[in-house]
Ligand binder design. Structure first.
Ligand code: TXA
Ligand code: MG
Length: 325
């Protein structure tokens, strides 16, 4: 089976395609859909069998839990117990690239939570995602629509390459706007704990939630299973360059076709370069640029390590993981 590609409008999706895709979800099938961050691999989040098929399609470790996507804040109460802090953050940042980890209700199948007593919930701002969830009438489980360990897909072609044999429908609305995944925040207590930096900046979150604990202790690592796995990796070695980073030049001697990604011009000789105008477009284009350089058969990638301000924190996290550090 090859996935059916349906082109939809990013802002005003065609209803016939949305209802067709929602029907697939209702019958336990898989639909890849755009969000403002990256493309997601959707299934009915309350249907154990459908959720298991997500893990099979991705080759994902079963103890790495999924995000359940909702189409409005009130739907959270069907699946979780939000704390007052969570409600404050929902009011300020939803819809948008912020995922909240909450105490789960029993209705959520253990397959979706990796057996934890918490569940990650997010309300995406993209209208295709929103309408799909609305018409499906259930929370939609949705990890990024890539094979496990690969860079997240920011367009439908990348989804098709990774998962075209596994999904029923791919809703293609063009490239995503944020480009890195959502920020994941544990808000089960009275202090927010950052489990994964992402599209929503920590600075803005702190203005609403007060100080945010950055992940680091062993305990917190346990709480965010996703952080245990290598992620976002291109097929070739990736080296970082920038302030405070060791000079990559000595490591690059054994490579002949080098690809470069960054905002500044490279200080070394490279075969291909992708230069971004600012940090936002770097975030938006990072994953597709990695895939593009791979397709040009580079044998190494050098990427500029940006400052940690705003979305830079998420970029640094993804780049560090891609470099295998
Ligand atoms: O932007 C995004 O978040 C995209 C789009 C499709 O919404 N989704 C996404 O999902 O990136 P995924 O599965 O690739 O990443 C979800 C992250 C993982 O690191 C996972 O471990 C963590 O959220 N997570 C999910 N449920 C959790 C829970 N109950 N406790 C702690 N971490 C959780
Ligand atoms: Mg992912």
């Amino acid at each position: 089976m090859k996935a059916k590609l349906l082109k939809v409008d990013w802002y005003d999706p065609e209803l016939t395609f949305i209802t067709e895709a929602a029907g697939v979800l209702e019958r336990g099938g898989l639909v890849a859909f755009p969000t403002e961050t990256v493309y997601g691999l959707g299934a009915d989040g309350l249907n154990s069998k459908a959720v298991i098929s997500i893990f099979n399609a991705k080759g994902r470790p079963v103890d790495n839990p999924l995000i359940l996507h909702v189409s409005e804040p009130s739907e959270v109460y069907k699946i979780a117990y939000p704390t007052p802090l969570a409600e404050k953050l929902m009011k300020s940042f939803w819809p948008g690239p912020l995922t909240l980890v909450l105490r789960a209700k029993d209705i959520v199948p253990p397959e979706a939570t990796g057996g934890l007593d918490t569940v990650a919930v997010r309300m995406p701002s993209n209208q295709v995602a929103n309408q799909l969830i609305r018409y499906a009438g259930v929370p939609v489980a949705g990890p990024s629509a890539n094979r496990s360990g690969r860079p997240s897909p920011t367009d439908a072609e990348a989804v098709f390459k990774d998962l075209g044999d596994f999904v029923d429908i791919i809703l293609d609305a063009g490239p995503t706007h944020v480009g890195v995944e959502s920020t994941v925040l544990d808000v089960t207590g009275d202090k927010a704990v950052l489990l994964r930096p992402g599209g929503q900046s920590v600075e803005a979150i702190s203005e609403v939630a007060g100080a945010v604990d950055l992940i680091g202790t062993t305990d917190q690592k346990k709480m965010s299973p996703g952080t245990r796995y290598r992620h976002y990796a291109p097929l070739v070695p990736l080296f970082l360059t920038g302030e405070g980073e060791p000079d990559p030049a000595p490591f690059l001697k054994r490579f002949s076709r080098i690809g470069y990604l960054g905002i500044s011009d490279p200080e070394i000789d490279v075969t291909f370069r992708v230069i971004f105008t600012d940090i936002r477009s770097y975030a938006r284009g990072l994953f597709s640029a990695m895939r593009e350089l791979e397709s040009k058969n580079v044998d190494a990638i050098v990427a500029e390590f940006p400052s940690e301000k705003g979305i830079g924190l998420a970029l640094r996290d993804r780049l560090r993981r891609a470099s295998g550090r």
